[in-house]
Ligand binder design. Structure first.
Ligand code: HEL
Length: 351
């Protein structure tokens, strides 16, 4: 069946709703059989007043988890490690439970607590305490291991950044290379993602970029410019910088089999429900959203101080959408931004 024509007025309305809910600006880029469509509203810089720009770079937060998952699954494809092997086989003694497997990390079923819950319990103080800090992977894992486990290994889905910190440790152990080098060698260079980088622990976003604005917990308190930070609290769980075009190229390349074997892509897109709505699912470092028109889209979301991101593609890779609002700690803005998916992939509602 023909793809429904995207509802670009609906995309614009979702971007404006994100602004109405506290984002200084928002943008979206849809790549499809009829070419590229972009929309931008508001500003990428509140001081200069520079308009939001769909060629500008920003922090993608946990969309980084899909990049990390691709690297690890390529290593599985190459026989360097096994999905159902204990993590401790490759990192002896690292985890307190030999039953936690590589697959448990990628599916958020390890039971390892998420250290960011406590780290960011108070949004702005938590952010200010870490924005210039450089953490070692081991430090982040120790923060998690100081907390009780959330589930028996494999027993339930419980999202945790810690899982993708350990994925980063596995990548570096198995390859002997820094994780940023593996992103470049295996994804960024082959796909020519010219505006995608992993610059940890540098705090700057190079080139034309969006400034991010964090809402404090206190109602009415002024926005905090959170653009510059090391993102060392996340690293392989959330420190990638990219732009809308590169994210669409990445998700389309992933879905069209340019990055993984058919068997591994099948494993990555094999999902389980993450909530009771039965429309949100998680595979291996990859989300699946089932939209109201029956279209299933695969990708990831991101929340990093000052930036909300959605980056999704259809299973055949023919259509991809990335959307960003330059704020965070404002759930209503994130939900509004998510409205771009229905508008872009399901098109106009029947009159
Ligand atoms: C599962 C998520 C939502 S959280 C996870 C990761 N982001 C973080 O862990 C940052 C959490 C604190 C962000 C901060 N919030 C607070 O400090 C609240 N006190 C804000 O809104 O800027 C990411 O990205 N993932 C999102 C994802 O995968 O979509």
């Amino acid at each position: 069946t023909a793809d429904p024509a995207p509802d670009m007025e609906g995309v614009t309305a979702a971007l404006k709703a994100a602004m109405a809910n506290g984002a200084p600006g928002a943008m979206a880029r849809l790549t499809g059989p009829d070419g590229v469509r972009t929309r931008a509203v508001g500003v990428r810089d509140r001081v200069s007043g520079a308009a939001m720009d769909t060629r500008a770079r920003f922090r993608v937060g946990s969309v980084s988890k899909t990049f990390s998952s691709v690297v690890l699954l390529q290593l599985v494809d190459e026989g360097a490690l096994e999905l159902d092997a204990p993590v401790n086989r490759y990192l002896p003694g690292l985890l307190p439970d030999d039953r936690i497997t590589v697959r448990h990390l990628l599916t958020h079923r390890s039971g390892l607590a998420d250290y960011t819950d406590k780290m960011f319990a108070q949004t702005v103080p938590g952010f200010e305490a870490v924005r210039n800090r450089v953490f070692g992977y081991r430090e982040l894992l120790d923060l998690s291991l100081a907390e009780p486990r959330t589930t028996e290994p494999g027993a339930a889905y419980k999202y945790s950044n810690t899982n993708f910190v350990v994925v980063g440790m596995l990548i570096e152990k198995v390859t002997g290379k820094a994780v940023g080098r593996e992103y470049e060698r295996r994804i960024i260079e082959p796909l020519r993602l010219r505006h995608t980088s992993y610059v940890h622990p540098d705090t700057r976003i190079k080139g034309t970029h969006v400034r991010g604005y964090l809402h404090p917990d206190e109602a009415g308190a002024p926005l905090v410019d959170s653009t510059e930070q090391t993102v060392s609290w996340a690293q392989s769980a959330g420190a990638i910088i990219s732009d809308p075009a590169d994210l669409n190229t990445f998700m389309t390349a992933l879905m069209t089999g340019r990055l993984l074997s058919p068997r591994m892509l099948e494993a990555m897109t094999s999902v389980t429900p993450t909530d009771a709505t039965n429309t949100r699912f998680y595979g291996l470092g990859l989300r699946r959203y089932d939209l109201t028109c029956g279209t299933r889209v695969y990708g990831h979301t991101g929340t990093v101080q000052g930036f909300y991101t959605y980056a999704f593609a259809t299973r055949d890779g023919r259509r991809s959408l990335s959307a960003m609002a330059n704020t965070s700690n404002r759930g209503a803005a994130n939900t509004a931004l998510g409205g771009t998916l229905e508008a872009a992939f399901c098109g106009k509602k029947p009159a």
